[in-house]
Design a binder for this molecule. Structure first.
Ligand code: NAP
Ligand code: ZN
Ligand code: ZN
Length: 350
């Protein structure tokens, strides 16, 4: 077994504390990664707090992982020792169903296996990236471009792909008007991608203080969602709206802004169901959709796109002993725009 030094919540809603545990001995197709950085996604907080479903504890969160390969099994083809590598939200899936064969492993019909708070095919719990290392099948590991800042690349593995995939799926481009609701970890990446794809981008925010940042990040317009007149002025004009809000909010206010055949894509996962006006959807053949991260191939495509367009996340680096403070600040909407934990130092000590 491989010994790991991680940071875990020992039970639901508990503080994140140092935690020693073991990972499987690497199989022939596995690589071992010495983790340098791991992003803090709002999904980590949701899962530690059991907002969605009962969790598996102790829980080592973290699915925005980058580091260097320290071991490559005999069957490994994509990586060699010393290479940069990343792990996102998935570490396995059935590999046989229609979705897996289509490169959409996140929608695996048997059920994908997530990087943490899940059980692998043997039934053992998976542990995420708030740790000094990870063992992963190379089929679910990503090649990390060398020209990007490594810490700022970590959030691409979840916040990046979650916003990139729907923009590609719904074909955002030069002729699109795209809205991004919520300027947080996901939102700021959605804004950067929609801008890079050439769309006219409108950032919706509840935070007046984020207006300048949104413009710098690529927004053509910024709308304060509590300004009724400004919302009204955007009526029936959007092709795509990415909704990254993590808490309860009124979807109808945004669906009303879609033009005919426009789509409102739910990315954020509030803990309660939302009320939706059927009339609002029907009258303009509008769609309400959802989208989950991306398949392994899509994540690699996104990383290559980022490498070409020099796109990374705006990050604030924290140390492992600051994770609980970072959670508090994330819940208080006080992050610009992704916390990333520096784990390389812990690595050197272990
Ligand atoms: P985040 O950094 O906390 O950003 C969420 C943003 O939502 C905030 O910055 C804020 O933006 C807005 N917001 C927060 N509370 C609000 C409220 N009560 N009313 C209106 N707006 C509010 O979180 P994140 O890491 O980007 O994650 C966002 C959500 O996506 C989470 O629910 C997470 O679990 C989910 N997620 C889903 C996927 C997927 O595959 N679909 C992947 C990753 C994460 P403003 O200040 O600009 O209003
Ligand atoms: Zn995430
Ligand atoms: Zn499958």
């Amino acid at each position: 077994m491989i010994s790991s030094q991680g940071y875990a919540a020992k039970q639901a809603k508990a503080r994140i504390e140092p935690f020693r545990f073991e990972r499987r001995d690497p199989l022939p197709n596995d690589i071992v990664i010495a983790i340098e950085y791991c992003g803090i996604c709002h999904s980590d907080v949701h899962q530690v707090n059991e907002d969605w479903f009962p969790g598996i504890f102790p829980m080592v969160p973290g699915h925005e992982i980058v580091g260097r390969v320290t071991h490559a099994g005999a069957g490994v083809k994509k990586f060699k020792t010393g290479d940069l590598a990343g792990v996102g939200v998935l570490v396995d899936s059935c590999r046989k169903c229609e979705s897996c064969r289509a490169g959409l492993e996140q929608y695996c019909e048997v059920g994908n296996i997530q990087t943490y708070n899940a059980r692998d095919k043997k039934g053992d719990p998976t542990f995420g990236g708030y740790s000094n290392n990870i063992v992963v099948d190379e089929a679910y590991a990503l090649k990390i471009p060398a020209n990007l800042n490594l810490a700022a690349t970590a959030p691409l593995l979840c916040a990046g792909i979650t916003t990139y995939a729907p923009l590609r799926h719904w074909k955002a481009g030069k002729h699109s008007k795209v809205g991004v609701v919520g300027l947080g970890g996901l939102g700021h990446m959605g804004l950067k991608f929609a801008h890079a794809l050439g769309a006219h981008v409108v950032q919706f925010t509840t935070s007046a203080k984020k207006k300048e940042d949104a413009l710098k990040l690529g927004a053509n317009e910024v709308v304060l969602s509590n300004d009724a007149a400004a919302m009204q002025a955007q009526t029936a004009s959007f092709d795509i709206i990415l909704d990254t809000v993590s808490a309860d909010h009124d979807l109808n206010a945004y669906i009303n802004l879609l033009k005919r055949d426009g789509v409102h894509v739910l990315l954020g996962v509030p803990d309660r169901p939302a009320a939706v006006s059927a009339m609002n959807l029907i009258m303009k053949r509008r769609s309400l959709a959802g989208s989950a991260v991306g398949g392994v191939g899509e994540v690699q495509e996104m990383l290559d796109f980022c490498s070409q367009h020099n796109i990374v996340s705006d990050v604030e680096i924290v140390q492992p002993n600051q994770i609980n403070e970072a959670y508090k600040r994330l819940l208080g909407n006080d992050v610009k725009y992704r916390f990333v934990i520096e784990l390389g130092r812990a690595n050197q000590q272990s």
